[in-house]
Design a protein around this ligand. Sequence first.
Ligand code: HPA
Ligand code: ZN
Length: 344
Amino acid sequence: MTPSADLDAYIAGLPKAELHLHIEGSLEPELMFELARRNGVAIPYDSVEAVRAAYDFSNLQDFLDIYYAGAAVLLTRQDFEDLAFAYFQRAAADNVRHAEIFFDPQTHTDRGVPFGLVVEGLIAGMDRAKAELGVSSGLILSFLRHLTEEEAFATLDAAKPYLHHFIGVGLDSSEVGHPPSKFQRVFAAARDLGLKLCAHAGEEGPPAYVHEALDLLHIDRMDHGNRSMEDEALIERLAREQMTLTVCPLSNLKLCVVDDLKNHPVPQMLRRGLHVTLNSDDPSYFGGYVNDNYSRLAEAVGLTHEQVTQLARNSFEGAFLPEADKAARIAEVDAYARSAGVLG
Ligand code: HPA
Ligand code: ZN
């Protein structure tokens, strides 16, 4: 076996958690066509190949425009269940044992799809994944930051009857021009409801947005965080506080956050002691699920078996799971590493 084939096989068998996945971004073109047909919704593409060919982005907004348009085929409870279960089948094939998935309720409620229908469909898919695939999961309600604070509060209100279904809230969509400070009060209200807090920060936005996410939103976990590497004091703080970063290499490449995977900041993040995890973000749009993110990054920057093991450990450590569960799952990672001769 070549060294990279050996590392790919090791990655494939490694137990992992996925902490940064937008369920709407896992809508594969084949399912998009099936749902369009089932629901009688027109889509502006002739074929699956034409959809894939449209996935050529120069920045975050290019992607978001297509991603929101694609979600228009999702209408019924069954659609959301099918979407979720299709993701979990891919995740299980990658040995993902636990996933904390975002959904964007406003993308659906703004089209007249009821909040409860979306949640019930996704939860049905998550329950099936646990029963049939052995993959556990949690659901994170993500606010669209290009919309107003008032709309975010209305979304949090709509969520209240379903609160027991959520582990946390997130903040996504167009970053530049929509700083975390805009959602300070919504995040405080979400925390008062007992929810964990995450926010996308430093994907395209400046290090100042990362500071705001920490100081004003008081996040428990940071999504992306790449541009933190421009700010020495921030790097030291993230290392000191052991803030989990949910980094998404293939997303960063497709959205031109990095020009080449060879220049991805993960090796520097690891060297500086940051608590990095690897995730797929919107795998249907960015060309790969979790194992592809590990393997392609490892190949590009030369990660070792020990480093990919650490990334998998971090994924469970950074999950919103009880401490005993985390310890048990990290023990599984370590047992796997020992059986492969990676840990002594
Ligand atoms: N960034 C911001 N918003 C998003 C993303 C992302 O990577 N994916 C889905 N919505
Ligand atoms: Zn994301």
